[in-house]
Design a protein around this ligand. Sequence first.
Ligand SMILES: NC(=O)c1ccc[n+]([C@@H]2O[C@H](COP(=O)([O-])OP(=O)(O)OC[C@H]3O[C@@H](n4cnc5c(N)ncnc54)[C@H](OP(=O)(O)O)[C@@H]3O)[C@@H](O)[C@H]2O)c1
Length: 251
Amino acid sequence: MTTITLITGGSRGLGRNTALSVARRGGDVVLTYQSRAEDAQAVIAEIEALGRKAVALQLDTGKVASFPDFAETLRATLSQVWVRSTFDHLVNNAGHGDGASIAETTEAQFDRLVDVHFKGVFFLTQSLLPLIADGGRIVNFSSGLTRFAYPGYAAYAAVKGAVEVLTRYMAKELGARGIAVNTVAPGAIETDFRGGAVRDTPEVNKFIAGITALGRVGLPDDIGPMVASLLSPDNRWVTAQRIEVSGGQAI
Ligand SMILES: NC(=O)c1ccc[n+]([C@@H]2O[C@H](COP(=O)([O-])OP(=O)(O)OC[C@H]3O[C@@H](n4cnc5c(N)ncnc54)[C@H](OP(=O)(O)O)[C@@H]3O)[C@@H](O)[C@H]2O)c1
């Protein structure tokens, strides 16, 4: 049976690349976007050109109150498009880059990071549990920044660290349903993240390449295929793991 993978933040960057990678392996996709409906539709068109089914739904993963309605919309979509009441894989990828030094981080910045990157992951997963098929998978996106530290990322890295702990608890509690749960922690990747800082700032790019064992900054194509592979039957016995995908950054 064809698998259905739900990817939050699939309109751009790593989520987009993961969606296309899943489709190339023969999977169908539901992706969410926050504001860029046109970008999301472009990804849908690319997936359909690969011969797979795909749907885009709007979602702000920082707005927990909207999750029951989102779950209902998803339930209706699964029924209409796939004649199914469940989906197979949840990829909690959506997120924004923001931060400042500890001295300068505002409460609003901190709260938004918590809402989108941690509280949203917890309660979106909770809301979707009845729709995830037994034997399914969950992948939560963290960051290399939980292992190494750069000034300006304290709040961001701390909430990603919380997601890593949450991943182990999800693996424990959902294991009885045969659901495997893992963290993927990318290093610095060239996307729009944090205003495209890694991609568009030559000195930042050069610095990161210089401290990375494989000698360059990461690209979206370094991440999406890895996640699609993790979701494949080959990796069915992998659970509760933090897998860093950073080319050996800061080792
Ligand atoms: N790039 C890196 O260097 C890097 C490294 C480690 C970890 N990560 C993590 O990887 C994930 C993806 O990052 P990326 O580099 O692909 O970022 P990106 O290129 O900026 O794309 C972000 C995606 O997330 C969506 N999004 C952002 N905030 C959202 C919200 N509140 N609710 C719902 N969707 C939201 C965006 O939707 P719209 O298109 O509609 O705005 C977009 O699809 C994030 O969790 C990030 O923390 C990134």
